[in-house]
Write a protein that binds this ligand. Structure first.
Ligand SMILES: [Zn+2]
Ligand SMILES: [Zn+2]
Length: 256
């Protein structure tokens, strides 16, 4: 499987090890046409990109693109901050970014105190190895659905990491709104059975490394293994074999 672009990489703007340029140089070395620089969103308490850093992030991405010839997209991995679907980017931020990812994380400023159960509840269940309640699944599903409906999100990252949504319902919503579901090559949070059911909805996929160091940029080994086991048609994945996704955020901005 030949990756065309890796849309989920981190740099020291969050807690990645290597610079934008170093990630782009690695992308060039392995023949990628594009990368997304997608550090954690503003509401992350420990590793979040700060609004005052955005102009220097943009400068580094444009400079790395000129130097390497690899398309370097200014992105963000926004946090889904609560059941309302609130994310990190406001419309005033849109002009600064090319690529909009979103996922559930802990150690963030949730929209309300009770929204903290979205990530922390899942984190606790994973630690204690207990099954999520019907209410927990309903709440997590609501958060993802509202996020996808209310924000022009390009890619939902690592679905069900530290939370437990109904993956099929989230996939149907992504399919209907033109949002990609990520197959993460860092770690899978869906069982083979869940991924098969998700794929059956017809949702479009991208494979991402979620690299936190340059040596992992473009690494899709773990995702490839699961895709092969599950038997997902490669035609359902839009960032391989020379293909590039058609992203929703860019189209949304053109109409603004
Ligand atoms: Zn993440
Ligand atoms: Zn990430």
């Amino acid at each position: 499987m030949n990756l065309t672009a890796d849309f989920h990489t981190h740099t020291p703007y969050s807690h990645g090890k290597n610079t934008v340029l170093e990630n782009a140089l690695r992308a060039k070395e392995i023949g990628l046409a594009a990368i997304g620089v997608t550090d954690h969103g503003f509401s992350h308490c420990l590793f979040g990109l700060r609004r005052k850093e955005v102009s220097s992030l943009v400068g580094e991405c444009r400079a790395a693109e000129r130097e390497t010839g690899v398309r370097v997209l200014v992105g963000v991995e926004s946090n889904i901050r609560g059941l309302s679907g609130k994310c990190d980017l406001d419309e005033r931020d849109y002009e600064n970014f090319d690529l909009y990812l979103a996922g559930v994380h802990i150690v963030i400023k949730y929209e309300t105190w009770s929204d903290s159960r979205l990530g922390w509840g899942g984190w606790m269940r994973d630690k204690l190895k207990v099954k999520p309640s019907a209410r927990a699944v309903r709440d997590a599903t609501t958060a993802y659905l509202n996020a996808v409906k209310k924000n022009p999100i390009d890619i939902v990252t690592h679905l069900n990491y530290q939370t437990h949504a109904d993956a099929v319902e989230v996939a149907k919503c992504c399919r209907d709104y033109g949002t990609y579901l990520e197959i993460s090559a860092k770690k899978s949070h869906l069982t083979d059975e869940e991924l098969a059911a998700v794929a059956a909805t017809g949702v479009r996929f991208v494979i991402d490394s979620d690299a936190h160091s340059a040596d992992r940029v473009g690494d899709c080994a773990l995702a490839s293994e699961q895709i092969e086991r599950v038997g997902i048609p490669l035609s359902q994945i839009d960032n391989i074999e020379g293909r590039m996704p058609s992203f929703r955020f860019a189209a949304f901005k053109q109409k603004m």
